[in-house]
Ligand binder design. Structure first.
Ligand code: GLP
Length: 244
């Protein structure tokens, strides 16, 4: 779906999330959301905060799982995805803190694999993700599933691509300060979501959106795997769609 601009698109995506949350509330069920970081979803979160403040949308039945976190990363660091989520969403809504899950960037190396299995188990125990929202990196990564990721991959520790670290260098004040690794949900984890929305704005994303939507399915561009799912929608602004 192509919108004229990212604000209109973000309001539409937030509206769909709100509809899902309310539907689940009416059925007295939890809404299990997979959330993303980066610049792309910021206005979606801002609209959800507005819906909470002005239209009484409650997040009391919402359970969230974030896609990824840098490794190593302290939760209270300015660049952590914990800080990002708190500042952009969680600090402004009525979500129960125990319902928030973000990969733990402080684990000892030996404990990461068990943590990743437990992350998968927690999602499965809840019956899977109702909705996963995604951005896309210029390498074609979703979450931090860089080129080479397998379609059935689960939550795991990965090494970040050079281009990804360059793109993150502004946040960290230099590429050498960007962590070399991250913990990310896998392609397989994402695929199990009942609904997936990938968002992209601006001409900077147009080449990778073209590859993701029209390119050959390949581990070289992990987002091309999404072509294999019936439950995926790409939500784009005109500029991101300009090379389709
Ligand atoms: C990071 C995140 C991804 C995100 C990507 C794009 O790599 N791990 O989940 O999709 O950045 O970021 P942005 O939305 O800032 O372009």
């Amino acid at each position: 779906t192509v919108y004229s601009d990212q604000t209109t698109a973000s309001v539409a995506v937030a509206g769909r999330i709100a509809t899902l949350i309310r539907k689940k509330q009416a059925a007295q069920q939890p809404a299990v959301l997979g959330l993303a970081t980066g610049v792309t979803p910021i206005r979606v979160y801002a609209e959800l905060v507005r819906l909470h403040r002005e239209e009484g949308l409650s997040f009391s039945n919402v359970i969230t799982f974030n896609l990824d976190e840098y490794y190593p990363m302290k939760p209270d660091a300015a660049q952590s995805y914990v800080t990002f989520m708190n500042e952009n969403l969680f600090d402004h809504i009525d979500i129960d803190r125990k319902n928030i899950h973000i990969p733990n960037g402080t684990l000892a190396a030996d404990d990461v694999a068990a943590f990743c299995l437990e992350y998968e188990r927690q999602i499965e125990e809840l019956g899977g993700l109702d909705l996963q929202i995604l951005g896309i990196g210029r390498t074609g990564h979703i979450g931090f599933n860089e080129p080479g990721s397998a379609p059935n991959s689960g939550t795991r520790l990965v090494t970040l691509d050079d281009l990804t670290r360059s793109d993150a260098s502004r946040d960290f004040g230099g590429k050498e300060k960007v962590p070399a690794k991250a913990i990310t949900m896998g392609i397989g984890t994402i695929f199990k979501a009942r609904e997936i929305i990938l968002m992209a704005w601006s001409a900077k994303k147009a080449p990778i959106i073209r590859k993701a939507v029209e390119g050959e399915i390949s581990s070289e561009v992990p987002a091309t795997y999404l072509q294999l799912s019936d439950n995926v929608e790409f939500v784009l602004d005109f500029n991101a769609a300009s090379e389709l």
